[in-house]
Write a new protein. Structure first.
Length: 341
């Protein structure tokens, strides 16, 4: 692989390389990726050059960058040795965390939940393992296992809902909870769609689609349908939660910025024995009528410091969708702060 077009260190003595040897050539091919695209991604994101020499990789760059890149390459190779594939997202996660990817564990009891907080963990679902890809995500997932009520607050694309649903599926599979309940306020995003045709399920399904998408990412579609028929997975608008006590369940309220103060209080007081509750939202995307306060913002103020409640905050640096999404969010943040682009 040739040296990519990066700005070299200014001093010749800074151009030092680390040589890494990988004994299994088959795994090394997977580590490099098709046409060395994995190496190219590491070069681009970490500001180093990576040269392939037989079963060795030479990492060239300034001291900090080359050591970090070498650690990322070692951790990705260890992942391959464990029989797990790598893709662009896994590489991005290894770079952001700056350390080996977490061990594979299941949350099946209090002892393992404590171990989760200490080591980091891979969420196990029927379709694929899910790993936190930033430090904020790692802390968030740990809190989902260690607190009865957790809040995930931040911009779109940071994995708030996705990781919450993955944690719920992990707990359901392991038997830590008996059911998953997913809810959202049925609020239109700045549009007036009028009356929707069909029965109640057909009317609310468009609002709930992101939750269906997340579930189908973790469980086979037939299993999702079976669990929904058995009422072990429920997807319902926030308004349908009134009067219920939700016990032995993993409960997620998505798009919580669109819940009113009274709706939020109603939802939070549904928590029953053996349950865990997650509330996710983005304070910058409130679709409530003008003058109606967001229940998410009130909950932040009122519940701050309450025992058993955790708050995790995300920024544009935690966006794990297309890199352009992070830049879009940052541009809007600069505009709101009155700063020039």
């Amino acid at each position: 692989m040739g040296i990519s077009a990066l700005t070299p260190p200014t001093r010749p003595e800074d151009i030092v390389e680390i040589n890494l040897e990988f004994p299994d050539n088959r795994l090394l091919i997977s580590l490099c990726g098709e046409f060395d695209r994995n190496l190219a991604q590491i070069e681009h994101e970490m500001g180093v050059n990576v040269l392939r020499r037989g079963n060795q990789l030479a990492v060239i760059g300034d001291q900090g960058a080359r050591e970090q890149a070498a650690a990322v390459l070692r951790s990705l190779y260890a992942r391959l040795e464990a029989g797990r594939a790598i893709d662009a997202g896994d590489i991005d996660g290894a770079i952001r965390l700056g350390q080996p990817m977490p061990n594979t564990l299941r949350a099946e009891g209090d002892a393992q939940i404590d171990l989760f907080a200490a080591t980091g963990v891979e969420l196990r679902t029927r379709k694929k393992p899910i790993e936190p890809r930033t430090e904020a995500q790692k802390s968030y997932v740990a809190n989902l296992f260690n607190h009865e009520l957790g809040f995930g607050i931040g911009p779109a694309g940071t994995g708030k809902t996705y990781l919450a649903v993955a944690a719920g599926v992990t707990m359901l599979i392991s038997g830590a909870v008996e059911k998953i309940i997913l809810s959202r306020p049925a609020v239109e995003a700045g549009e007036r769609l009028g009356f929707l045709p069909g029965d109640m399920k057909e009317k609310i399904d468009p609002y709930m689609q992101p939750l269906y998408d997340a579930l189908n990412d973790f469980l086979p579609q037939k299993q999702v349908q079976k669990l929904m028929e058995e009422k072990r997975i429920e997807i319902a608008p926030l308004a349908f939660m009134r009067g219920r006590t939700l016990s032995n369940a993993f409960i997620v309220l998505d798009e919580a910025q669109n819940a009113t103060t009274m709706q939020m209080k109603m939802f939070l007081t549904r928590l029953g024995k053996g349950s865990r509750m997650v509330v996710t939202g983005d304070r910058t995307q409130v679709d409530l009528p003008r003058g109606v306060p967001s229940g998410l913002q009130d909950a932040e103020r009122i519940l701050n410091g309450v025992k058993g409640v955790s708050f995790n905050y995300f920024t544009s640096k935690d966006v794990v969708r297309h890199p352009l999404v992070a830049r879009v969010i940052e541009a809007y943040e600069r505009d709101e702060a009155g700063k020039p682009n």
